[in-house]
Design a binder for this molecule. Structure first.
Ligand code: NAP
Length: 255
C-alpha cells in the first residue's frame, strides 16, 4: 500500500462526479489534493470539503494546464498521483435529420476527452519524472485515465465520444511502456454507467431502462466505487499498462 500521507495528488474534472469522489478518497488517505476543473466554482466546493487546492483550467489547453500545474508545484509540490476525470459527453448521428455530424462537435469531444487526457499526462509525467523514487522498485508515481465502455461498445450517436475514449484506451500501453523507465505507471479505467450528474439528470424511465441493462448488480455504479478502484490501482504496483472495465458486465446495445 502506498503511503499517501503528504503526497500530492492532482485530479481533473474534480468539481463533479467521479473526479470529486476520487479527490475526497485521496484526501481521506492523507494526500494533498489539487482539484482541477473547467468550473472553478465547483472545484472550490470540492476543495473546501477536503482542504484542497482548487484550480480552474481547461485540460485541452497546453497553456492552461501548464499554469495550473505550476501553481500546484509551487503550493503542494509535484504530483505523484494523477487522475484524469475531466470529460464531456455528446450525442449526434453521423448522418442525422439535420445533416452530417458537425465537425466542430467531433473535434471538441476529441479535444477535451483525448487531447485533454494526453495533455495532462505529458505535463504531469514530466514533473513526476524529476521526483525521487519512493519504493525499492524505483516507483515515482501513477497516472490513471478515464475512458468508457463506449470505447468498446459505442452506441449509435456516440461516434465522437467512442472515438475519444478509444484513443484513451490505445494511449495506455505505449504511455506505460515509455514512462516505465521513470517508474511511472499508467492505467485506465473504463466505467459503464455511473451515478453522476450526467446520468442522474436523465428522465427516471431512461435511468431505469439503462440500469436494467446491467447484468449484476442491476444499478448504476457509485462515484465512490470508482474512487475505490483508483485507490487500489494506486496501491497495487503490478497494475500497469492496462484498461479495467468497471461496469457490472454491461455490454451496451446499439441503441
Ligand atoms: P461529470 O460529473 O460531468 O464530471 C466531469 C467534470 O469535468 C465536470 O466538472 C466538467 O466541468 C469537467 N470538465 C469538462 N470539460 C473540461 C475541460 N475541458 N477541462 C477541465 N474540466 C472539464 O462527469 P463524470 O460522470 O464524473 O465523468 C468523469 C469521466 O468519466 C468523464 O471522462 C466521462 O466521460 C467518464 N465516464 C462517465 C460515465 C458515467 O456513466 N458517468 C461512464 C463512462 C465514462 P463542467 O461541469 O464545467 O463541464
Amino acid at each position: 500500500m502506498m503511503d499517501l500521507n503528504g503526497v500530492t495528488a492532482l485530479v481533473t474534472g474534480a468539481g463533479s462526479g467521479m473526479g470529486a469522489a476520487t479527490a475526497k478518497a485521496l484526501a481521506k488517505r492523507g494526500a494533498r489534493v489539487a482539484i482541477v476543473d473547467l468550473n472553478l466554482e465547483s472545484a472550490q466546493q470540492t476543495a473546501d470539503s477536503i482542504n484542497g487546492l482548487a484550480l480552474g483550467a481547461d485540460v485541452s489547453s497546453g497553456e492552461s494546464v501548464e499554469v495550473a500545474l505550476q501553481q500546484v508545484v509551487n503550493e503542494l509540490g509535484a504530483p505523484r498521483v494523477v487522475v484524469s476525470c475531466a470529460g464531456i459527453a455528446a450525442a449526434s448521428r453521423i448522418v442525422g435529420r439535420e445533416g452530417p455530424h458537425e465537425l466542430d462537435l467531433y473535434q471538441r469531444v476529441i479535444n477535451v476527452n483525448l487531447v485533454g487526457t494526453f495533455n495532462v499526462l505529458r505535463l504531469t509525467a514530466e514533473r513526476m519524472s524529476a521526483l525521487d523514487p519512493v519504493s525499492d522498485s524505483g516507483a515515482r508515481g501513477v497516472i490513471v485515465n478515464t475512458a468508457s465502455v463506449a470505447a468498446y461498445d459505442g452506441q449509435i450517436g456516440q461516434a465522437a465520444y467512442s472515438s475519444s475514449k478509444g484513443g484513451v484506451v490505445a494511449l495506455t500501453l505505449p504511455a506505460a511502456r515509455e514512462l516505465a523507465r521513470f517508474g511511472i505507471r499508467v492505467m485506465t479505467v473504463a466505467p459503464g454507467l455511473i451515478a453522476t450528474p450526467m446520468l442522474l439528470d436523465m428522465p427516471d424511465e431512461v435511468q431505469q431502462s439503462l440500469a436494467g441493462q446491467v447484468p449484476f448488480p442491476q444499478r448504476f455504479g457509485a462515484p465512490e466505487e470508482y474512487a475505490d478502484l483508483v485507490l487500489h490501482i494506486v496501491d497495487n504496483e503490478m497494475l500497469n499498462g492496462e484498461v479495467i472495465r468497471f461496469d457490472g458486465a454491461i455490454r451496451l446495445q446499439p441503441k
